[in-house]
Design a protein around this ligand. Sequence first.
Ligand SMILES: Cc1cc2nc3c(=O)[nH]c(=O)nc-3n(C[C@H](O)[C@H](O)[C@H](O)COP(=O)(O)OP(=O)(O)OC[C@H]3O[C@@H](n4cnc5c(N)ncnc54)[C@H](O)[C@@H]3O)c2cc1C
Length: 504
Amino acid sequence: MTAHCLTSRRTFLTQTAAGALGVALLDACADTPAPVPDDIGALARSVQGTVVVPADEAYDASRLLYNTRFDAVRPLAVVKCKSASDVQKALGWARRNSVHIAARSGGHSYGGFSTTSGLVLDVRDMATIEVDTTNHTVLVGAGASLIDIYGALFAHGLALTAGTCPTVGIAGHALGGGYGLISRKFGLTSDNLLEIQLVTAAGDLLTCNDKQNTDLFWACRGGGGGQFGVVTSLKLQVYAVSEASYFRLIWGWPDAAKVVDAWQAWAPYAPDELTSLCGLFCRPGKEPWVRVIGMYLGPVAALEKLLLPMLSPALGTPTTTVVEADSYENITLMWAGCESTAAACHLAPQGTLEREIYRAKSDYVTEPLPAAAIDIMMEWVAARATATATGYILLDAYGGALSRVAPDATAFVHRAPLFSCQYLAYERPTDTPETQQENRDGLNDLHASLRPYMSGEAYQNYIDPDLADWQHAYYGGNLPRLLQVKAKYDPQNVFRFAQSLPVV
Ligand SMILES: Cc1cc2nc3c(=O)[nH]c(=O)nc-3n(C[C@H](O)[C@H](O)[C@H](O)COP(=O)(O)OP(=O)(O)OC[C@H]3O[C@@H](n4cnc5c(N)ncnc54)[C@H](O)[C@@H]3O)c2cc1C
């Protein structure tokens, strides 16, 4: 048992009642998997994919998530599913043997909820991508990464509205929302879901769309991953994108408060074609800085005009000002952190990107932040100058198309906010348990200090194991309907983890 897991377990047990959630925690923190039931060989022989057990060479590569914080979790086995039928067989096996399961697509869960000491149902080998250029749709396997979908669409001048991180998996992302740099124009990824296929706890493969299993389809558009079943494929609306431009503005720390204030009065009200993010950054030992970036689906001359409020001399002089036209493909690759090709934009060893270790919390803002709130944010960021690793605060502009959807039209309730806030504290693998705890305490203190200024909602895709009132924060007024769907499709709570919807 690692020191980290001991810490997590202690905190968890003081925060929640025992029972199913306690079991989920034990699943997430166990170093040693339970003994492998005898008939795992029968499961391995029955599936098209592979069943990877601890004795296999591929075990470590198969079990790890994006965040290295969960590396101590050792699943009993990872089933690398190749088809919906594999998912059904693995689920049936787990249920017969009373083994906890976790579904995994891209493995980016902030809370480590796509791993378990039980059976991981990994859909990453279900990654086919079929582009329909006539109807502007894409049909993807549940394990496709965002960058592979983007890459397939680039060739046809098409775009999927989804996040910037290339290695995120489509299933976990779309089920919880999915915000990116064209979201103010085209909405969230979940808003663009046309159909999903999902294996229920009973083992049925269901088609969910606006005509069949409509309640489940509603819940899967924002209700969060891992709750109702294992999604095996998704059909999404995509869009033709012709002209694009982008900008990157950076100011020194003395200008930060003015910039954040100007950004919040500008970004949520910009034309839909403009989506922008404001970030407060710090690296240990360096002076913090503030950065505003964005993508505009239109000509650079129009973007330059739109940017005038952010370039007002009253905000100070940016140290960097980049406003350029480029292809949508190049801009997407640039913000994904991969300036070469979509194919190289994967985690090592397939690509050049590295895993990370971090903690995060989120908030939503519905009333402009007063100076006092911006000061609190700046103090936390500045304090990271003495920490061991980077920390930053990201503000993502809402408004536009994503805010014109009614809060109860899908399970994604956060339609009123002006913007979301994400507080990210990175760590180093060598940090001591004490440093990790300080990091965690610092984030929780920041979050607590900001309560008077925030809506009380939080983004379910930035799932936060330390969040106390998470059911209301993630789902607001949609919670009762989500609980009904959970009770109908997963009455025995097969799909459970520390922050999954309970069966009531
Ligand atoms: C570096 C990084 C950058 C990010 N950037 C953005 C961003 O720009 N915009 C944004 O909106 N979000 C962003 N996110 C958050 C991201 O959307 C969520 O973490 C998302 O849940 C990840 O999905 P995944 O499939 O990769 O993760 P996983 O860990 O595989 O899954 C997440 C959850 O979904 C469940 N799940 C996975 N597969 C299935 C399935 N087939 N059926 C049912 N449930 C399933 C899991 O059990 C788990 O509970 C980012 C995350 C990271 C780590």
